[in-house]
Design a protein around this ligand. Structure first.
Ligand SMILES: Cc1cc2nc3c(=O)[nH]c(=O)nc-3n(C[C@H](O)[C@H](O)[C@H](O)COP(=O)(O)OP(=O)(O)OC[C@H]3O[C@@H](n4cnc5c(N)ncnc54)[C@H](O)[C@@H]3O)c2cc1C
Length: 409
């Protein structure tokens, strides 16, 4: 069976590793001419770590990241709302890890090179189109300078080419990303540890400015400073969509946070000392009725792009990959396996896309704001709502996303 994987990101490499572990050869076609360690932080929740551990990557990843001890929520005045333990500290068998996204990708890429061999990973191959008949699929590619690469034939194709998937566009040519007026800015800052130094923090809400903050590298300067990843998220109806490729500008988001001087954190200083700022729009796509079209299917962000609000996208791509690898390893008709994969994963991920729009984990802070009338808390949050209510919101999200403790551990 000739298996072509389009896109060598988290989903494509996980599928390649999963197939190779099950004795199924495959080829990966990646648009980038070289693999660079790009991007800022990523959080690997227990269900992502579980999949990466099954691929044998946990020992390589753990030393590169920081294991989260807790997740803590604050309102925009820096007042405590809710806290819960995370990862192994909450009873999972695997850690919850914050790390540099480029390092994660680097580990996956090196593992793929070792296990598949360089000859099966084809960089500088941007897929420009696919055509299929009853027997096979023909893929066409361009290199980075626009030069055509040789066409490729495969029995099945799995499109793992991300949120702007060229393959998906062939099946849904009119589709656009859905932008609901939320923009984000991300950066990393060398800073002394915040709270426990292993705390994943959410502060404020998207309507008045929200920050997600977590450490990704320890002791970067021999004085115990960490590399702290932060993301600012703001919803403004009148604002256009941020550019994927442009550096972020402080003047666009700093005003929302300029008086956030808490006893435990000087937010403007954290933001202003960033090495660089990147901007992204917060976009997803409405779930589609089909991913599988005879010999071609979609996986990861190509299949179900979702708001990056629950640190969940990579986990869903990794689960897709393992599910599909298992089905293909069963033998039999691969086209049938692609259909079964869709039946298993499409409804589950559509639910996550919808929940990330409506009741993501930071709904906890929105709820607290609602209860305090959008004002600072007069006393303790427990006087307004019991912590169990917040735990329920958090647990409901875990259930939808597939990492409820009762289900998986
Ligand atoms: C700002 C932001 C923050 C996030 N934070 C988190 C987080 O904390 N935790 C988490 O779990 N998830 C997070 N996510 C989501 C996560 O990054 C994605 O869900 C995950 O990367 C999906 O993997 P993928 O392989 O489907 O897509 P990608 O990782 O995007 O990989 C797609 C690959 O396809 C290649 N490609 C594109 N077009 C073509 C083509 N035509 N031909 C060949 N190759 C092509 C690209 O170069 C890329 O290598 C975040 C996402 C964003 C945008």
């Amino acid at each position: 069976m000739r298996v072509a994987i389009v896109g060598g990101g988290i989903g494509g490499l996980a599928l390649a590793l999963g197939l190779s572990e099950r004795g199924i050869p495959c080829d990966v076609y990646e648009a980038a001419p070289e693999i660079k360690e790009l991007g800022v932080g990523i959080t690997l929740l227990p269900h992502a770590m579980r999949e990466l551990a099954a691929l044998g990557l946990q020992p390589r990843l753990e030393p590169l990241g920081i294991e989260n001890l807790e997740s803590v929520f604050f309102n925009r005045w820096g007042q405590f709302i809710y806290r819960e333990p995370r990862g192994r500290h909450a009873g999972y068998s695997v850690p919850e890890l914050g790390m540099h996204r480029g390092k994660l990708h680097g580990v996956m890429y090196e593992a793929a090179r070792e296990r598949l061999g360089d000859a099966r990973i084809h960089l500088d191959h941007r897929c420009t189109g696919i055509q299929q008949d009853a027997q096979q699929v023909t893929l066409t590619f361009n290199g980075v300078r626009g030069q055509p690469q040789p066409t490729v034939q495969a029995d099945i194709v799995i499109a793992c080419d991300g949120v702007n998937s060229a393959v998906r566009r062939q099946f849904y040519p009119q589709e656009q990303v859905a932008f609901g007026g939320i923009n984000t800015w991300r950066g990393v800052t060398v800073h002394k540890p915040i709270l426990t130094g292993k705390s994943y923090l959410r502060i404020g809400t998207i309507d008045t400015g929200k920050l997600v903050i977590y450490p990704i590298v320890d002791n970067v300067d021999r004085h115990g400073s960490q590399l702290i990843n932060w993301v600012a998220e703001i919803r403004q109806a009148e604002m256009g969509m941020n550019d994927w490729n442009r550096p972020g500008r402080f003047e666009d988001f700093l005003p929302f946070f300029q008086d956030w001087n808490f006893e435990w954190l000087d937010v403007p200083s954290l933001l202003l000392h960033a090495r660089e700022v990147l901007e992204y729009p917060m976009v997803d796509k409405d779930p589609v009725p089909r991913w599988t079209f005879q010999r071609v299917t979609l996986l990861g962000d190509a299949a179900h792009p979702m708001y990056p609000r629950g640190s969940n996208g990579s986990a869903q791509a990794l689960i897709d990959a393992r599910t599909l690898a298992d089905l293909l390893a069963r033998g039999g008709d691969p086209v049938q396996a692609l259909q079964e994969y869709e039946a298993l994963r499409l409804p589950a991920t559509a639910n996550v896309v919808e929940t990330n729009r409506t009741v993501p984990p930071d709904f906890i802070i929105m709820k607290a704001d609602e209860l305090s009338g959008g004002k600072p808390l007069p006393g303790r949050i427990e006087d307004l709502i019991p912590a169990e209510e917040f735990r329920r919101i958090s647990d409901d999200y875990k259930r939808v996303a597939g990492f409820a403790l009762d289900k998986n551990e």
